[in-house]
Design a protein around this ligand. Structure first.
Ligand SMILES: Nc1nc2c(c(=O)[nH]1)N(C=O)[C@@H](CNc1ccc(C(=O)N[C@@H](CCC(=O)O)C(=O)O)cc1)CN2
Ligand SMILES: Nc1ncnc2c1ncn2[C@@H]1O[C@H](COP(=O)(O)OP(=O)(O)OP(=O)(O)O)[C@@H](O)[C@H]1O
Ligand SMILES: [Mg+2]
Length: 202
């Protein structure tokens, strides 16, 4: 069944509120919380035992992921980043060869760095050995693991594909500013909960 009208409206309203809260966060505060979370990630047992990891290249209103990405390569792990297809809910996770490889990527119309459409040299995570861990972006989260994304269903759809892969469902960790933690986040049938949310006071 299509998402109920009331649920869609509730999500839209909460997205608006969260965007406003995030706009009020200063650069120094965003950097402070991002550094704190990078240290939590690097000490996290699920991270330490994961070899194939998907992570997002952060936008200005998201936890900055560059320190984690550097650590992934320093630890000799494999790093995959999203490439979404506009006007669809399709996304692939493509292999990044090094932290420097990021500078070869182009900005999309949504100001996200990603591999170009004709880049067919990169391994897609599910064409190979699947993923052990996915770091999840999003606008808001509640303590039960409910997640509100940017409204295109890219991650929900991708997690569906992961569940059909022989390696099974990857562990999912959302990275959030404390300002993104909500009392409750409305969820639809298609929405996939995250296993864990990392934020300052968790
Ligand atoms: N850093 C980062 N990368 C990510 C995500 C993310 O949340 N964070 N994504 C997580 O999903 C995917 C991209 N998500 C997107 C979500 C919406 C639109 C989009 O087309 N937006 C419309 C405007 C929609 C609106 O404002 O209502 C547009 O550009 O016209 C594009 C990408 C993959 N990469
Ligand atoms: N597994 C799925 N298969 C097909 N469509 C899906 C799936 N999950 C979600 N969708 C569709 O995607 C649209 C947006 O979903 P939703 O509002 O949950 O986005 P979101 O989770 O906030 O965004 P994102 O995952 O991109 O960050 C909805 O119309 C929903 O029906
Ligand atoms: Mg969703």
């Amino acid at each position: 069944m299509a998402m109920a009208v009331a649920l869609r409206a509730a999500k839209r309203a909460l997205r608006g509120e969260l965007r406003q809260r995030l706009r009020a966060l200063g650069a120094a505060e965003k950097q402070r919380q991002s550094r704190l979370l990078s240290r939590k990630v690097i000490g996290h047992p699920k991270y330490q035992e994961s070899q194939r990891i998907a992570i997002f290249l952060s936008m200005p209103d998201e936890i900055q992921t560059e320190e984690i990405i550097k650590d992934i390569f320093e630890q000799g792990k494999e790093c995959f980043i999203p490439r979404y297809k506009p006007h669809s809910s399709h996304m692939d996770m493509l292999k990044l060869s090094s932290a420097e490889d990021i500078s070869s990527l182009a900005l999309t119309s949504w100001n996200i760095l990603q591999p170009s459409d004709d880049d067919s040299a990169r391994e897609e995570a599910l064409a190979g050995g699947g993923l052990d861990l996915i770091f999840m972006p999003g606008l808001g989260f509640d303590k039960k693991g409910n997640r509100l994304g940017r409204g295109k269903g890219y991650y929900d759809t991708y997690l569906d594909r992961c569940m059909k892969h022989p390696s099974g469902k990857p562990y999912t960790i959302a990275l959030a500013f404390r300002e993104q933690i909500c009392e409750s986040v409305p969820m639809a049938e298609n929405d996939v909960q995250v296993d864990e949310i990392l934020y300052e006071d968790c």
